[in-house]
Ligand binder design. Structure first.
Ligand SMILES: C[S@@+](CC[C@H](N)C(=O)[O-])C[C@H]1O[C@@H](n2cnc3c(N)ncnc32)[C@H](O)[C@@H]1O
Length: 235
């Protein structure tokens, strides 16, 4: 059940868009309350855990830009721009990695299959004024489906399914519990990666994993950070 609360009439348009989009998913959740008291609506679960995506307001998660394409490990794993800058992010989630890559100068299309996460991403992008906004786009779809149907061309592909165990995350702990309950375990990840490889649409695919986790499939190589590993699959 979805309960909506509009506390500021100023946000009526955002509220109407969300209601329309989420209506078909009404029965997919036990209870979610959406409060429209800012342009970036807040979601609450039945235990009052909050979830909100705000690219401009949350500088801790979305202002990570430090080095350049050649120095950031995620970017190096993707070929540092030398294989091309068109990235398909198969698991947009909170948009942290998509935003980061867009800030580095990549052109990112992020795919998200959860309707609540997708509308949160879309609203966050509509509210973004920073110039990297033009490098970003989000699509509501199942990655496998998008790969089958798209005629768009990409250079490289990025995949970050839900981690199997506890690791440091972009959200405070309670928000992460809400997020995990909402999106589930992503237990189709190996099949998704196999579909990507079989599609032969990309020069390279990079999968983000916790350092100690098994790779989804045997990679051609990897780049390791302190707690994260980027597994590289080449075509
Ligand atoms: C761990 S989160 C990704 C976090 C993201 N990289 C970030 O920086 O915020 C995984 C997200 O990918 C989505 N996802 C996982 N598998 C997917 C698939 N096959 N198609 C579309 N979305 C998928 C999940 O719904 C979830 O929101």
């Amino acid at each position: 059940m979805i309960e909506h609360r509009l506390s500021d009439e100023k946000f009526r348009n955002v509220c109407d868009q969300w209601k329309l989009f989420l209506h078909p998913f009404e029965n997919s959740v036990e209870h979610i309350l959406i409060k429209y008291n800012s342009a970036s609506p807040e979601l609450f679960d039945q235990d009052h855990r909050k979830f909100q995506i705000d690219f401009e307001g949350n500088s801790v998660s979305y202002a990570k830009y430090k080095g350049g394409m050649n120095s950031e490990p995620m970017s190096r794993a993707l070929g540092a721009g030398k294989l091309g800058k068109r990235v398909l992010d198969l698991s947009a989630g909170l948009g942290v990695d998509s935003v980061f890559l867009a800030q580095l100068g990549y052109h990112v299309t992020g795919i998200e299959r959860n309707p609540f996460i997708y509308v949160s991403l879309k609203t966050a992008l509509e509210n973004l004024t920073a110039n990297y906004r033009t490098n970003l786009k989000f699509v509501f779809d199942q990655a496998q489906n998008f790969l089958r149907e798209t005629s768009e061309e990409f250079d490289v592909c990025y995949f970050d399914p839900m981690f199997p165990a506890k690791t440091k995350s972009a959200l405070p702990k309670q928000e992460m519990v809400f997020f995990k309950n909402l999106v589930g375990l992503d237990d189709d990840s190996s099949q998704v990666l196999q579909t990507v490889i079989n599609s032969k649409k990309f020069k390279r695919c990079v999968v983000k994993r916790p350092l100690s986790a098994e790779p989804l499939l045997k990679p051609a190589g990897n780049i390791k950070g302190k707690i994260i590993r980027y597994d590289i699959y080449s075509n």
